[in-house]
Design a protein around this ligand. Structure first.
Ligand SMILES: Cc1cc2nc3c(=O)[nH]c(=O)nc-3n(C[C@H](O)[C@H](O)[C@H](O)COP(=O)(O)OP(=O)(O)OC[C@H]3O[C@@H](n4cnc5c(N)ncnc54)[C@H](O)[C@@H]3O)c2cc1C
Ligand code: FES
Length: 286
């Protein structure tokens, strides 16, 4: 965390009210939320890294964990992509623009974007994994000169299931990041991009990257990790340069409750970002 100790304590432990500035549907069950802390000084203290997460609380409903999908390079608001799956998210989906949510954080380790400067990057997301990786992508777009070749591979079940479809198509057109979009199945007959699993796009990158100088970043459904990692290892990407976000159910977010422990690791403190090298022998993690 880059914030000073005092600022860190303010932003991490204190719950603060945040106003909903905008809401829009990303897919049938997933919504974009844009928030701003009501206390304007808190916005300045809210320093975070891509890959970190925040805990939302709603009085009488409970708490839930959500990844930041905005970039710390664009200040004064934070963004989220949230899927309705149960009681907390149902209550959240009833809120409107102008309503308030209590938030605390940011928590977790996140991606050390400074350490990736000068490297080739392969960023692979599937489904809801696009939420935290959007933060990485926007950060890189804002500081493009700091990174070498950057490839973004994003997969969804079908065109209507692709989160941030509009943004990612625009990203594909801007070509600041070499973007490749794939759907498992094209039920529209009009999808102009790739059809098939996102893993099929990885071998083509072999000739374009310098393996030793490449870092891969992955986030997606559990089944995706195994196959994406297999393909990345075939490109000779070092195991300690395969970074992935692994999300486990969390409660306190601060290493107190033990809810998120897997194989002796607290994913709220040590994760959610891990290297493949670190977790390759922990069966429950991938
Ligand atoms: C670090 C982290 C980051 C997250 N980021 C996001 C995000 O950006 N967007 C988003 O939509 N969700 C995210 N989640 C998941 C989110 O926290 C849960 O979907 C939410 O807590 C569900 O609350 P609920 O009361 O609506 O559903 P519940 O009633 O609690 O759960 C409904 C169903 O979802 C399952 N479920 C709930 N939470 C999880 C989980 N963490 N892992 C696997 N299955 C789960 C339950 O087992 C159940 O089947 C994240 C979770 C973690 C730990
Ligand atoms: S969520 Fe409580 S220890 Fe990690």
């Amino acid at each position: 965390m880059t914030a000073s100790k005092d600022k860190e304590e303010i932003s991490t432990y204190k719950t603060q009210p945040a106003e909903i500035l905008a809401i829009r549907d990303l897919t049938d069950d997933t919504r974009y939320f844009k928030l701003r802390c009501k206390d304007i000084t808190m916005n300045k203290d809210f320093q975070y890294r891509p890959g970190q997460f925040v805990i939302f609380s709603l009085p009488g409903v409970g708490e839930a964990t959500f990844s930041l999908s905005s970039t710390p390079t664009r200040r004064d608001f934070i963004e989220f992509g949230i899927r309705k799956v149960g009681s907390f998210t149902e209550a959240l989906f009833k809120l409107k623009k102008g309503d308030t949510i209590d938030i605390r954080g940011p928590y977790g380790d996140g991606f050390e974007m400074e350490d990736l400067r000068g490297r080739d990057l392969i960023i692979v997301s599937g489904g809801l994994g696009a939420v935290p990786l959007r933060s990485v992508l926007l950060y890189i777009e804002d500081r493009r000169e700091e990174y070498n070749k950057v490839f973004f591979l994003n997969g969804a079940r079908s065109p209507k299931d692709m989160l941030y479809k509009r943004d990612f198509i625009a990203m594909n057109q801007r070509q600041i990041i070499d973007t490749h979009l794939a759907v498992d199945e094209d039920d529209t007959g009009e999808w102009p991009y790739n059809v098939g699993f996102v893993t099929q796009l990885i071998p083509k990158l072999g000739e374009l990257i310098d393996s030793e100088n490449t870092t891969a970043i992955i986030c997606g459904p559990p089944i995706m990790y195994k196959f994406v990692i297999q393909e990345l290892l075939k490109l000779n990407i070092p195991k300690d340069q395969i970074l992935m976000t692994l999300e486990r159910r969390m409660k306190c977010g601060q290493g107190h409750c033990g809810h998120c422990a897997v194989g002796g690791r607290y994913t709220c403190l040590e994760g959610p970002v891990f290297t493949y090298y670190d977790v390759q022998h922990i069966k429950e993690l991938i």
